[in-house]
Design a protein around this ligand. Structure first.
Ligand SMILES: C[S@@+](CC[C@H](N)C(=O)[O-])C[C@H]1O[C@@H](n2cnc3c(N)ncnc32)[C@H](O)[C@@H]1O
Ligand code: SF4
Ligand code: SF4
Length: 344
């Protein structure tokens, strides 16, 4: 077994132990931290306004010490995103340090810098590349040439790391779910979907791109059919059922769509590009988080423990939430994904 494969097995084992602390022993542990390392980005996608945000990034030195503090608090998985995380010149140091601490590290990228940063990519436990559909549909949403860059990134990274495509479903791209499933099969990677959402001040008004109720049903019925016939589609059956059986009229105190228990703030946290810790990215600008320039990660994590979120309608956190609730079919789905990842 290679050293990379051994460290991957070790990271998964540590994550499983932290999960047991949260799910079985009801402790509050920041198992997964989603960290927006930068607002900077080379693209201007139609549903995202992160690149137009201001705010100073954390220094390399502070990023590394935050990783130490996160490890001490029990974090076993970090998701690096942005903006475009590979735009940071110190990304290799950050990923190397997280791996040294035994964390599972996954990185979300538009793909542009992947071929040039393969040494960093090789260290990851998973690389998520955004692909929204066929070239014309993708480029219309994300900019000319961005589909070709995403495909080149997948080709370059695939021999070294498990690759996931992450696809934003809008009322334009919703007709191309079958295309995405076949693209994942052809490239031997996995594909996951998230519906376009208004994400606080991270996105513009996306009303004209959103799915209406009927379209949401059609999308998730098609995903249910696709995942049954194509193992590269990894949206879980559990999450699909939750969306199809959503109860939007139910009280939403800490429940998404009136039906999914939310684990953000109990097992998940979000760090904004300026270093502020929030319960989740939908609460940026709403919740008063502490900033890691003048607080430790532990202090900031304890601080968000008091947030009482009124719930939301988003689907992107849904997969984490059904899994952390130990829904049997969601757990089975994660085991299926891990099996593929560990074999690759
Ligand atoms: C914020 S981006 C950061 C990583 C990288 N720049 C990228 O585009 O993959 C993380 C994911 O969120 C998606 N995203 C951005 N704005 C969104 C929105 N308003 N609704 C749903 N997903 C969105 C992106 O397409 C991407 O897959
Ligand atoms: S979705 Fe990603 S690639 Fe597109 S503008 Fe936002 S941060 Fe940049
Ligand atoms: S906005 Fe949604 S995902 Fe975020 S904390 Fe509230 S219920 Fe959870």
């Amino acid at each position: 077994m290679t050293t990379t494969a051994r460290t991957r097995h070790f990271s998964f084992l540590r994550s499983a132990m932290s999960l047991a602390r949260v799910s079985l022993f009801r402790q509050r542990v920041p198992i997964t931290v989603l960290w927006m390392l930068s607002n900077r980005c080379n693209l201007r996608c139609e549903y995202c306004c992160i690149p137009s945000r201001e705010g100073k990034e954390l220094s390399t030195e502070r990023c590394l010490s935050i990783l130490d503090e996160m490890a001490a608090a029990g974090t076993t998985r970090v998701g690096l995103l942005g903006g475009e995380p590979l735009i940071r010149s110190d990304i290799h140091e950050i990923v190397t340090h997280a791996k040294r601490l035994g964390m599972m590290v996954q990185l979300y990228s538009n793909g542009y810098y992947v071929p040039k940063k393969l040494e960093t990519i090789k260290l990851l436990d998973g690389l998520f590349i955004s692909v929204d559909g066929p070239e014309d549909v993708h480029d219309l949403a994300r900019g000319k040439g961005s589909y070709a860059a995403a495909m080149a990134a997948i080709q370059a990274a695939r021999p070294h790391v498990p690759v996931f495509m992450i696809s934003v479903v809008t009322n334009r791209s919703r007709r191309h779910l079958g295309y995405m499933a076949e693209l994942a099969r052809a490239n031997d990677c996995l594909v996951t979907f998230q519906t376009v959402t208004k994400l606080g001040d991270l996105s513009p008004d996306v009303t004209c791109l959103e799915l209406n109720d009927q379209e949401l049903d059609e999308v998730f019925l098609e995903l249910r059919m696709l995942r049954r016939e194509n193992p590269h589609v990894v949206t879980s059956e559990a999450f699909i059922e939750k969306v199809l059986n959503r109860r939007p009229d139910q009280p939403r105190d800490h429940y998404q769509m009136g039906s999914i228990k939310c684990w953000y703030g109990k097992a998940l946290a979000n760090i904004d590009a300026d270093g502020t810790v929030y319960t989740c990215s939908s609460l940026i600008g709403i919740e008063q988080g502490l900033n890691l320039r003048d607080s430790t990660f532990r202090q900031a994590w304890d601080h968000i423990g008091s947030t009482r979120c009124q719930g939301c309608n988003i689907t992107c956190g849904g997969e984490y939430n059904v899994f952390l609730s130990l829904n049997p079919s969601a757990v089975k789905n994660v085991v299926r994904i891990l099996w593929r990842v560990l074999r690759s």
